[in-house]
Design a binder for this molecule. Structure first.
Ligand code: ABU
Length: 501
């Protein structure tokens, strides 16, 4: 019982080793109990409450902070409640996001990282993690097909920031003077990406002063892949309008459809026009681990930079995202380096190129590499390959089931390339309506209604969205190796049950 024990009774207070150990053991017990329940299908995915309910406080669980210290017994209760009212993203029936699951080795890595509590900006305080980062990034660059002489990279706080870095580096590559003289010193730039790409490309243009209007969205085919001919004509028309094209972001695994842009065709165009080719493989990069599926990224070796998030398809605990750059090794440094002398002293007694902090736009940087390194050791490439293959098999299983149903409609007819399966549910009242405006108007409301009921009941979770001229449809994604076919069956049964009219 910790009701008369306080944080001041724990380390570093002298003689508090035993109390500290007991407290942390209690915490571990709470986490283990959560984990064991997490994978049980009888456990709910979520216990939903509206924001005002959580703010008001539930059964003694309050978010409010007090002036007086609370005892550790209360903290244990708070920890249990925090997990109780959270969403179990590792549950086999959580299909809502591209990152899901809970890998025990990855979790151990995260615990160790937090215990080490260090910062990735200098070798002086993170010698082991800095060298691990170099090893892991090199391995990832080998998988892209880049030679040992080329390549550099950095772990970033998420794919959006990785994509932002790619634009920053590309702009610096063509116009290094922008770093000191700003945007007024350079021509009006134009960037290109597909209409199905992630919104972070436009966000990068906004953040970097390029302007969202100067991101030209290239048309996609029915399957969500960029049409190379459209890219070529978009570049020509930007030039005609006096813009300076410099950057193309192709996508390997789009967020909604899971589509792979034709990378070789796009690389040909970029080479012809002298453009920086970035590949946003935040979602699709994991497929490089699979001999069966890596063909979908053919041409990625020709890119100038790549975003690849191991926290998505590879199941590494959040967050774990990378930006890999093929251009000369020091580009990351030159572009962002400011040589703050209090941190990056040039006269240190070791090789200061390992003070990677000056490569980045951040100062402090979390250690994201260790959990991935540990998982890679534990699984080998083969382990990642089999978990990724399994996710794609689940997607095919769902696709095959939907193909044969009259109460569901696929958004596109061809087999999924990634683990995204997009579909509508047609309640009875809509089944005999002909396709068109009237049906679309009603269909648009179906997915949000089902999702609302689904969250209230908490047994499973799936996302939905509109896209282009398509009204709201469900997007099921598989990235959790705990998910089995019975969970896919359950999801469909739930949609039918909740969507019945
Ligand atoms: N930033 C892409 C993640 C989106 C998703 O998980 O659905």
């Amino acid at each position: 019982n910790f009701s008369s024990v306080y944080s001041t009774d724990l380390l570093p207070t002298e003689g508090s080793e035993e109390a500290s150990r007991h407290f942390l053991q209690e915490i571990v017990n709470i986490l283990l109990a959560y984990m064991c329940k997490l994978f049980k299908r009888s456990t709910k995915v979520l216990d939903f409450h509206h924001p005002h309910q959580l703010k008001e406080g539930l059964e003694g669980f309050t978010l409010e902070l007090s002036d007086q210290p609370e005892n550790l017994e209360q903290l244990l209760v708070d920890c249990r409640d925090t997990l109780k009212y959270g969403v179990k993203t590792g549950h086999p029936r959580f299909f809502n996001q591209l990152s899901s699951g809970l890998d025990i080795i990855g979790l151990a890595g995260e615990w160790l990282t937090s215990t080490a509590n260090t910062n990735m900006f200098t070798y002086e305080i993170s010698p082991v993690f800095i060298l691990m980062e170099e090893v892991v990034l090199r391995k990832m660059m080998d998988m892209l097909g880049w030679s040992n002489e080329e390549g550099d990279g950095i772990f970033c706080p998420g794919g959006t920031v990785s994509n932002l870095y790619s634009v920053l580096l590309a702009r610096y590559h063509f116009f290094p003077e922008v770093k000191s003289r700003g945007m007024s010193a350079i021509p009006r730039l134009a960037m290109f990406t597909s209409s199905h790409s992630h919104y972070s490309i436009q966000k990068s243009a906004a953040v970097l002063g390029i302007g969202t209007e100067n991101v030209l969205l290239v048309k996609c085919d029915e399957r969500g892949k960029m049409i190379p001919g459209e890219l070529e004509s978009s570049i020509a028309s930007a030039k005609d309008r006096g813009l300076y094209p410099f950057y193309v972001s192709a996508t390997a695994g789009t967020t909604v459809y899971g589509a792979f842009d034709p990378l070789n065709d796009i690389a040909d165009i970029c080479e012809r026009h002298g453009l920086w080719m970035h590949v946003d493989a935040a979602w699709g990069g994991g497929l490089l681990m699979s001999k069966r599926h890596r063909v979908k990224l053919q041409g990625i070796d020709r890119s100038s930079s790549v975003t690849w998030n191991p926290h998505k398809m590879m199941g590494v605990p959040l967050q774990c995202a990378t930006l890999l750059v093929r251009k000369k090794v020091s580009l990351n440094f030159e572009c962002n380096q400011l040589c703050a002398e209090y941190l990056f002293q040039p006269d240190k007694h070791y090789d200061t190129s390992y003070d990677t902090g000056d490569k980045t736009i951040q100062c402090g940087r979390h250690v994201d590499v260790f959990k991935l390194w540990l998982m890679w050791k534990a699984k080998g490439m083969e382990g990642f390959e089999s978990q990724i293959n399994k996710c794609l098999e689940n997607a095919e299983y769902l696709f095959d089931k939907l193909k044969n149903r009259t109460d569901f409609l696929l958004v596109f007819e061809s087999k999924p390339e990634h683990s995204n399966v997009c579909f509508w549910y047609l309640p009875h009242s809509l089944r005999n309506l002909p396709p068109g405006c009237e049906r679309d108007k009603k269909l648009h409301a179906v997915a949000p209604k089902i999702k609302a009921k689904m969250m209230e009941e908490g047994l499973t979770m799936i996302g939905y969205q509109p896209l282009g001229n398509k009204v709201n449809f469900f997007r099921c994604v598989f990235s959790n190796s705990a998910t089995q076919r019975e969970d896919v069956d359950f999801l469909l049964d739930e949609i039918v049950r909740l969507g019945h009219d």
